[in-house]
Design a protein around this ligand. Sequence first.
Ligand SMILES: Cc1cc2nc3c(=O)[nH]c(=O)nc-3n(C[C@H](O)[C@H](O)[C@H](O)COP(=O)(O)OP(=O)(O)OC[C@H]3O[C@@H](n4cnc5c(N)ncnc54)[C@H](O)[C@@H]3O)c2cc1C
Length: 430
Amino acid sequence: MPITENNQINKIAVVGRGTAGSLAAASVTSKFAKTQDFELHHIYDSKIPVIGVGEGGWPTLVTQLHELTTIPHENIQMRLNATRKYGVSFEGWGKMNHNFTHFFTPQQVGYSYHLSADNITELLQEASNAQYIDAKVLSISNIEGEGGARIEFENLQAEDYDLVFDARGFPKEINQEEHISIPFIPTNTAIIRRCPSIINHNGNPYLPPTYTRAVARPHGWVFVIPLTTHTSYGYIFNRDCSDIAEVQSDFDDLLAIDGVKDFEQRSILHFPNFVHRHIYEGSIARIGNAGAFMEPLEATAIVSAQLQIGMVLQMRQNRPVEYWQGDIGAVNNFLISSMLGFGLFVGWHYSCGSNYDTEFWRFAKNKVWPQHHLMEYDGDCEKKALKKFKIMLELLKKPVVESAELDRNRILPLTSYAQISQGLGCYPMG
Ligand SMILES: Cc1cc2nc3c(=O)[nH]c(=O)nc-3n(C[C@H](O)[C@H](O)[C@H](O)COP(=O)(O)OP(=O)(O)OC[C@H]3O[C@@H](n4cnc5c(N)ncnc54)[C@H](O)[C@@H]3O)c2cc1C
C-alpha cells in the first residue's frame, strides 16, 4: 500500500547500529539529503552488543564508503585499520592437493578491505544525519490498511514510520514460516581469536596486496584476516559434528604452525545459515544478519547488506508510487534468490572435500552439499537460485564463452565460478 501521495518517504527508522544498520543510516542520509526533507531515527539498544565480526568485504565496499563519507580512500583505509583485500587464498581445499586464490574481478586490480568491524560503524555514523534513540524495540509491524510500519518500544511510546530498516542481527530462532534455512552448508559455529598484527605499515596506508586465508582443517576451516592492528583468526566448524575441545586443540596447532605465540580468545559464536522469507515487505526491509546469513567463507554478509539497502532505496526513491505495491513481490524474490545464490556458491566449496578425510569433511561433502539438489522441489526462489547456479556451471563447460555472457553478472561473476571450479578440481561434467 502506498504511504504518501507524493511518492516520498519522509520518516524513516533504522533499527540496529551494527554494520548493516550503520550502512543503512548513511545510505539514507546520502540518498535523501540531496532531494528532500526527511527525518531519520537510528534506534539501537546499547545493552545488546553488535556481533563485532565482519572483517572482510567485496570491492563495491571501497567505492561505497568513499561515496557515503566523501573521505579520500587512503584516509578511509587508515580509519578502518584496514589492509587491501584482493581475494581469498584457499589452503588445502578440494581434491587437487594444491593451494589456490579466488581473486576479485578484475584480477589483482579489484580490491576490498580487511577492516575493523568497530571502526566501520563509527565511520558510517559520522556520515549519517540521524536522531539516535537508545531503546529496546519490542516489535516492528506493518500498519494494516494505512501503509507504513509501527515500532513498539519497551519504555517509549510507539512510533509510526514510512519505512523501517530492521537490522537487529540474527533472528532469535529459525522457523520455517519466516525463514528458508540453508541445509547444504555444513557449519554453524565460530571460535574467534585475536592475534598480533603481521603488517608493518609505519603509520601509512598499507598498499601491498593481502588475501584472506581460508585454511582447511580437520574440523572445518580457519579464516586469517590481516589488519594493521591485529590478525583475526576464526575456526569455522559444526558443533554437532566436532567436539569443541578438539577444535580448540587443533586451533592451537594451527597457531603454532603459523608461529603465533599470543592470542586473545574473543568469542564462540553460533550462527544460522538462512534467508528471511520477507526481506522486503514494502514498509519494512530486513537487512544484514536479520535478512540473511551464511557462513563467512566468501565474506558475503556486508555485500548482501549493500545489495539489500541499495535495492530498497532505489525502488522507493525512483519508482512511481503506483508501482510500489506490485514491486514488493518482485524485489523480495530477487533478494531472496540472490542470497540463496550466495549460499549455493559457498556450499559448493565443500563439494570436493579437502586434504582431510575426517568425519567433518565426509559429512560436508557426502551428506550436506548433496542436499542442494532438493531446492528443485522447493519454492520459486529456491528453484530460481538453483537454476542460475546451474547456468553458471553450464557456462564453464562451453568451448567458448561469449563476452556478453562473461559480462552478465549473475550474482557473482563467471570468473569467480571458474576460479573455484579449477581450484577445487571440481569440473562440471559434460
Ligand atoms: C564468524 C563470523 C565471521 C564473519 N565474517 C564476515 C566477513 O568477513 N565479512 C562480512 O561481510 N561479514 C562477516 N560476518 C557477518 C557479520 O556479522 C555482518 O557482516 C555484520 O556484522 C552485520 O551485522 P548486523 O549489523 O546485521 O548485526 P549486529 O552487528 O548483530 O547488530 C545488531 C544491532 O541491533 C541492535 N538490536 C538488536 N536487537 C535490538 C532490539 N530489540 N532493540 C533495539 N536494538 C536492537 C543491537 O544493539 C545492534 O546495534 C561474519 C559473521 C560471523 C558469525
